[in-house]
Design a binder for this molecule. Structure first.
Ligand code: BGC
Length: 488
């Protein structure tokens, strides 16, 4: 069907799903957004365990890190240190709520410029930081740049809309591939800059965010303006629809509303960002040296990247449910095993030593956990919300998806180190409980959406044992555009 499917639905965006070079270029540009987001996700973890960085800004944490009599679980417990990581996501959340107003008032080009400029100033603040205030202001500005920069709002929707239904999963997964690529680049940069003497290492790591942003601005505004425009239009078009926020509260959109709230919530409650943000800190907690910790973070990043391709190549063949369920079970088992191993080695007192073999075994278990996430909740966390909603609620649904995701990214980033200090190895069981619940949720509540054209999703809901009752009979076989007309 690739290259030939034409949407028959009157009034619905009428892509004819041709995989033209222009579509590829546009997807490529869109992927840049994911790359920058990934760099931000991946860079802070390594920096927060570089000694010169801690010595300069968080001397208390540095002292605890060096102390021989310290409870291992609490070495890095500091609300200020976690705020350095988490503040970016809070700012991204707030700014994403205003993104569409900003575009309306300033126009698209100026909004993009504003996003890019904020990002640039934020990286400069971080790279040249002299005190914690400058660090935090820098992170907040980066967050505004990310939020105003639209990537998370528009790219997944664009990719899902452009793709032929039978390749939609693979196309959409490109966004996650770009995110993880950004994370891997960040861990590699951290590994090498950490070898530099003095303060220069972390300054380069943090400052480099702006080099990428400049690259994107230049490309976005000059060379491939038209494609970028297309990308933004995709989300803009859905914004032309009247009352998306009112519509989404109608009973017949209950399935989309609930699933769009729960998917990003569950994605963050897998605990993945414990690894993304704090893998180097976690590895140090387990007794690894700084260099070995950064290396291990790099390895888990590369594994996550490679395993994301498992989803790219299977999501349209085996479907979303199989990946969700298999990945969930894999994460559940590995999390329990990690908790048990850490519990046995450090107990609740948090003292003890871990031998080389056991340390390697824990790293291997973390890799198995990351692999499970990489072909399930990682890519599908962006794919499913972008494909289940018809045009008349799509902008509201995507807004909810991004906001919930950012809020829980913020919470996990802010609370993890304190939770580790208090809950100790049981923290891994805490996340395992959520993985168990979300796997059951998928099993019971998420119908299979592979290969179904977005405009025909109503049939899928109607056939579902639970959601079917919310879908009026006349909605099945009725086009999205006609439903929109009925609802006004
Ligand atoms: C999640 C991020 C996460 C990343 C890498 C994304 O899908 O939204 O929170 O850091 O995957 O694991």
């Amino acid at each position: 069907m690739a290259g030939g499917f034409v949407s028959q639905t009157p009034g619905v965006r009428n892509y004819n799903y041709k995989l033209t070079p222009k579509v590829f270029v546009t997807c490529f540009i869109g992927a840049f957004g994911g790359l920058i987001f990934g760099y931000d996700l991946g860079i802070s973890g390594g920096v927060t365990q570089m000694e010169p960085f801690l010595e300069e800004f968080f001397p208390d944490v540095h002292r605890k890190m060096k102390s021989a009599h310290q409870n291992e679980y609490c070495r890095f417990d500091s609300q200020l240190l976690t705020l350095f990581t988490s503040s970016l996501y809070l700012a991204a959340l707030v700014s994403s709520l205003f993104a569409s107003t900003i575009t309306r008032v300033f126009g698209r080009k100026w909004s993009m410029f504003l996003g890019g400029f904020t990002f640039f100033v934020g990286s400069a603040f971080n790279g040249f930081a002299q005190n914690i205030a400058m660090l935090l202001i820098g992170r907040i500005l980066l967050g505004f740049g990310v939020g105003v920069g639209f990537a998370n709002q528009s790219v997944p929707v664009y990719l899902s809309e452009m793709a032929p239904p039978n390749l939609r999963g693979a196309f959409n997964n490109g966004f996650q591939v770009a995110i993880i690529f950004g994370i891997v680049v960040a861990t590699i940069i951290n590994y090498f800059t950490a070898q530099l003497k003095g303060n220069i290492g972390w300054r380069i790591s943090l400052g480099l965010a702006c080099a990428k942003q400049m690259l994107q601005s230049i490309r976005g505004t000059n060379e491939v303006d038209e494609e970028f425009q297309d990308l933004i239009d995709a989300s803009e078009e859905s914004k032309q629809v009247k009352h998306p926020w009112k519509n989404i509260l109608l009973p017949r959109y209950r399935p989309q509303l609930i699933i769009t709230c729960f998917i990003p919530f569950f994605q963050q409650l897998t605990g993945i960002n414990v690894i993304t943000f704090y893998a180097p800190v976690l590895f140090q907690t387990l007794g690894f040296g700084s260099k070995a910790s950064l290396l291990s973070a790099m390895v888990t990043g590369i594994i996550e990247l490679l395993c994301t391709f498992v989803s790219v190549f299977t999501v349209d063949r085996f479907g979303r449910r199989v990946l969700f369920l298999q990945g969930g079970i894999q994460m559940l088992i590995s999390q329990i095993a990690i908790g048990v191993m850490i519990g046995v080695k450090f107990g609740t007192v948090g003292t003890g030593n871990i031998g080389k073999t056991d340390a390697n075994l824990i790293v291997a278990l973390i890799c198995i956990y990351v692999a499970g996430f990489a072909w399930s909740w990682g890519p599908l966390g962006w794919l499913v919300p972008s494909e289940i909603s018809p045009l008349e609620i799509r902008s509201a649904a995507q807004g909810i998806n991004v906001a919930v995701n950012m809020f829980f990214t913020f919470l996990v980033a802010q609370l993890f180190l304190t939770m580790l200090c208090h809950m100790k190895f049981r923290l891994f069981f805490f996340f395992a409980v959520f993985v168990f619940i979300m796997t059951i949720f998928i099993y019971l509540m998420l119908p299979e959406t592979k290969n179904v054209p977005i405009e025909e999703m109503n049939r899928v809901w109607k056939a579902h044992w639970f959601w079917g009752r919310f879908i009026p009979d006349e909605a099945v076989g009725v086009s999205a555009a006609e439903m929109q007309q009925k609802s006004v």
